[in-house]
Design a protein around this ligand. Structure first.
Ligand SMILES: [Zn+2]
Length: 426
């Protein structure tokens, strides 16, 4: 696939994608990194590999944490390996959401539900089953095809003001627009949210789910930063973004998904939804926690540097003692961690993944071989470095038999931690 790259060097200071102010402050600089989902075939590991800066900036005016756009989304998202339906816990999350929102908004067969970045229809299938008309918008051709196979109407395009105006001109408007984990992936944030405002019925509702920046900072989740995620949101930035487009946030909930997320409910500024007390409470909490103070952001780097040193010292000590260490998982976030810390096959013999699509391939940048999970039983390592820390409980439960030969788990985020499965009760 050809990468459509962007040269930002003509700009002395890049501009904030929310408020256009010049970006002069750094949140964290993770060095140069390949695109985290670009796993390699054996014949590719001797070739040049594109690396892009993973330097995260923060706007001193509106406090949006953001990466510059180095690669066009068309290069990342038009063919995508991630099928939401592979994750059973995510499908269950979607089912619960559907049940809740249908009751909350009294949706029925006269309603129009749209999901932006609808993936393979993992969520909309629940609306269709209830007889509620639902349409997906999904730019990845292969995953959109999977949704159509489930009889979920899907528009194969990027969402923005152009598409919204065209749909409105065809007499279409949404009573509910769902955006789950898509806001971060919109390089032109104002065009994206502006499109939602155009497309929404006067009394329609938008729900947005996104990883909460407060969790990223507090839990040291720097490995959730990658080129596909252009923006990282606090609730104060979401509130500002809504206001900028004639919308208002009228409710918010905290979720446990993706290491800690928010679900924000938006409507037109003049729509008859009174803001819940949760909105004012979370805004006040964030302001008090310093989310409108640039120093809160600029001190994050030191924490990340510390984690890198701790993890490397720990791994070096293990290797000096002759320990055999393997990885568990090959998620996108694992590649940010591995590349930033330069952990290659000098530390990890290989990693394993449950997704058969990745077997026989190599991680981007560090070129660690990806094998089936059964490779752990053959190699009998002394330690397993768990890369998808958000699933650590599930993984340790599934793999606790490795304790039979004395193998322990290492989790790097939020802090380096060793878990001996033999210590676990039940
Ligand atoms: Zn800004």
């Amino acid at each position: 696939m050809e990468l459509k790259t962007i040269n930002n060097s003509a700009l002395r200071h890049p501009q904030c994608r929310l408020c256009n102010a010049p970006l002069t402050a750094t949140f964290v600089d993770l060095g140069m990194s390949p695109l985290c989902e670009s796993v390699l075939r054996a014949d590719q590991i001797d070739q040049m590999e594109p690396f892009f800066p993973l330097r995260v900036l923060v706007c001193s005016n509106c406090f949006l944490v953001q990466l510059q756009e180095y690669v066009k989304p068309e290069s990342i998202f038009t063919e995508y390996d991630y099928f939401s339906s592979y994750s059973t816990s995510w499908v269950e999350h979607a089912r619960q959401y559907c049940k809740m929102i249908v009751a909350k908004l009294n949706l029925d067969r006269n309603s129009q539900v749209y999901e932006i970045a609808s993936n393979d229809g993992y969520l909309l299938q629940h609306f269709i089953r209830l007889g509620i008309p639902a349409t997906g918008v999904e730019p990845a051709i292969n995953v959109a095809a999977a949704a159509r196979e489930k009889s979920i109407p899907t528009i194969v395009e990027f969402f923005g003001m152009d598409l919204a105006r065209r749909l409105v001109s065809e007499g279409k408007r949404a009573d509910l627009i769902i955006g789950n984990n898509v806001l971060a992936q919109a390089p032109d944030l104002n065009d994206f949210v502006g499109g939602m405002a155009i497309f929404l019925q006067p009394e329609g509702v938008i729900t947005l789910e996104f990883p909460h920046l407060e969790c990223l900072i507090d839990q040291n989740q720097f490995d959730t930063i990658y080129h596909e995620h252009f923006s990282y949101f606090s609730f104060v930035t979401i509130d500002r973004l809504a206001k900028q487009h004639g919308l208002k946030v009228f409710d918010v909930e905290r979720l446990n998904t993706h290491g800690g997320s928010l679900r924000a409910y938006l409507c037109h500024a003049d729509a008859p939804y009174a803001p819940s007390p949760a909105v004012g409470a979370l805004l006040a909490h964030e302001r008090q926690s310093g989310f409108e103070d640039i120093a809160t952001y600029t001190k994050f780097s030191a924490k990340v540097h510390h984690t890198k040193r701790r993890l490397l010292s720990f791994l070096i000590e293990l290797k000096e003692k002759g320990a055999k260490v393997c990885g568990y998982g090959a998620p996108g976030k694992g590649n940010t961690l591995l590349n930033y810390c330069a952990i290659g096959t000098d530390f990890l013999d290989f990693t394993v993944d449950r997704n058969p699509y990745k077997h026989g391939l190599y991680t981007p940048g560090m070129h660690i071989p990806i094998r089936p999970v059964s490779a752990v039983d053959d190699a009998r390592p002394d330690y397993l470095l768990v890369l998808p820390w958000n699933l650590k409980q599930e993984i340790i439960e599934q793999m606790r038999h490795v304790g039979d030969w004395g193998c322990k788990f290492i989790v790097a985020i939020p802090n380096v931690e060793v878990i001996d499965p033999r210590d676990l009760t039940s």
